[in-house]
Write a protein that binds this ligand. Structure first.
Ligand code: ZN
Length: 215
């Protein structure tokens, strides 16, 4: 599957390998399956730190699309994400549907959050996940951000059942996928950590969104 990113399709790296790269190299690469875990709507004062603990124990890096107003409330959690090697993306300041806003309002929602994250971590985000996957697709994405959608959506915010979330991911995941979860529910945190252990058994490695896109 190709992942839609800001008007361009990026294909899995296998498909873009140069011809005649050597069979041995190709075989070796084909054995590596990559997946990116992404967490939206945090940071959550109740759940995010438990997730960060579990990711650290497993030495897994993830991508967090944070809401500006929560980042402002929990700067220490944002700082910890950055220090521990996770990628922080922009999920707007108020969790708004960008396509319903004027261009200027949409820009402000994203810029306010960019500035906030830069104040806390020293780095501006490169990626955004538009809430509800929605923005004005006829125009450039605001604030120079690259929009990142997802391939696997277990609807963890609807079912608070760890087992259901785990099996939905395990039944749908493929090499190169981006998994959507939310670090706002204990069941999602539990499901994420259990999924990591199971996918590792199947030979997956965990990458951040930038590693998946840019190699
Ligand atoms: Zn969201």
């Amino acid at each position: 599957a190709a992942v839609f990113l800001g008007g361009m399709e990026f294909r899995r790296w296998e498909e873009s390998l140069p011809a005649g790269g050597g069979d041995a190299a190709l075989e070796e690469r084909e054995e590596i399956k990559q997946v990116a875990l992404t967490f939206d709507d945090g940071p959550s004062g109740a759940c995010t730190e438990a997730l960060l603990d579990g990711l650290r124990e497993r030495n897994v890096k993830a991508t967090f699309f944070v809401i500006g107003m929560y980042a402002e409330q929990y700067p220490d959690i944002i700082r910890r994400m950055a220090q521990e090697g996770h990628v922080i993306g922009n999920h707007t300041y108020h969790h708004v549907q960008l396509s319903r806003l004027s261009d200027q309002q949409a820009q402000e929602e994203l810029e306010m959050t960019n500035e906030l994250i830069e104040d806390i971590t020293g780095q501006q985000p490169i990626f955004a996940r538009p809430p509800f996957g929605s923005w004005n697709k006829k125009k450039e994405f605001p604030a120079d951000l690259i929009p990142v959608l997802w391939n696997v959506d277990p609807l963890d915010w609807k079912t608070y059942q760890t087992d259901t979330v785990v099996s939905r991911i395990m039944n749908n995941v493929e090499d190169g996928d981006i998994i959507l979860l939310h670090d706002s529910y204990p069941t999602s945190v539990e499901a994420a950590l259990r999924t990591i252990d199971m996918l590792r058994e199947e030979g997956y490695v965990f990458v951040t969104v930038d590693e998946l896109m840019f190699g």
